[in-house]
Design a protein around this ligand. Sequence first.
Ligand code: FAD
Length: 396
Amino acid sequence: ARPHVVVVGGGYGGATAAKYIRMWSHGSIDVTLIEPNAKFVSCPLSNLVLGGSRQLNDLTRSYDNLKRRHGVKILHDSASSIDPEKRTIKLLSGEVLGYDRLILSPGIEFLWNEVSGMDVAGAQDKILHAWKAGPQTTALRAQLEAMHDGGVFAMTIPLAPYRCPPGPYERACQVAHYFSQHKPKSKVLLLDANEDVVSKGPLFKKVWKERYPGIIEYRPSYRTTAVEVATRTAISELGDKVRADVLNVVPPHRAGAIAAQTGLANMNKRWCEVDFITFESTQARNIHVIGDAIQGSPLMPKSGHMANQHGKVCAAAVVDLLAGRTPEQIPLLTNTCYSYVSDKDVIHVASVHVYNTDKKTLLVVPGSGGVSPAPTELEGHYANSWAHNIWSDMLT
Ligand code: FAD
């Protein structure tokens, strides 16, 4: 029989892996992708929906080319359990699939039990995260539009590592950009569990001071452990309270539920450890984990760009393994994260990560990467092209 790979999750990691296995095996490996959503919606650029310069539709793409052009079989369903011994995966619909290799790219699961008040019925309809792009993104934009001028938008940020290190600070810029044009008396308050801005700190702080003076306030070491939903109040572990007109809570998170539930989230019970040559889990044979669900290498950001690179390294290794070859390539990964500080101007951070055979992990190449000197409109064009290019790389 032809080898069969099942991929769980059609996001940045999973869609890339599915497409590249089909391409690099010249169609000799059958690939089934399990993804509940009918269409792909990108988190990158989704902060611009909050700022008002993009619509969700601009960030939405079809899975059709994966099917038609690349012959990936797509099931719009969810993985509900995995039997690593039998090499089977059960779907919500009840269907059971066998696999030779399984690739999990399920993204993240929110740990609502770590923010008391948010795990009660109805709370999550009122206090939004918008940290998975989709209906919550447009709903948060609607809350901002409905807010009176002079109101406060407060956002809570969990301790690192979390999805998209610069994402919260970009969001602050986007909301401040909207306020500066339409609600100039309003304020943005960042309640950050971390001691300092996690990514591009000096650049963001300069932007906040120069472009949005008096609009953005940054409070470090504010770890939100409870929320009073009715009054939209964020309560810190020390008992400090901040009341907002629009409260945006990004809770702590861990590897997507299916990975954690299969016993693969062995790092602090949060993240999955893998062998970086193949991205095979250290906890179960024949199961690979990529994207935001993994950790283990210092300074490896949880980004769409990285997930796309994991997808390719993993695809190459899986094609080798299923052909009976030992994967010999030394992984070299790049990362770029662009952040829009207005509707046009952008800053970036970049890094290069190479596999170290002694330490068996990915390390940042000394002297590689860096950050922008200042925001520019030219980088805005690069950022927009980056998004369109990576969507095409994954999906067309
Ligand atoms: P995802 O892309 O989230 O894909 C996971 C998929 O798995 C989802 O489609 C989900 O439906 C599916 N799934 C989950 N569980 C199951 C199951 N049991 N069965 C079947 N399917 C399942 N990154 C950048 O590189 N650049 C940026 O500019 C950037 N900006 C960002 C801005 C924001 C506001 C946010 C929130 C994130 C941003 N990111 C950015 C980070 C990026 O979105 C993530 O790192 C990336 O999506 C991770 O890819 P993934 O494949 O691990 O997860």
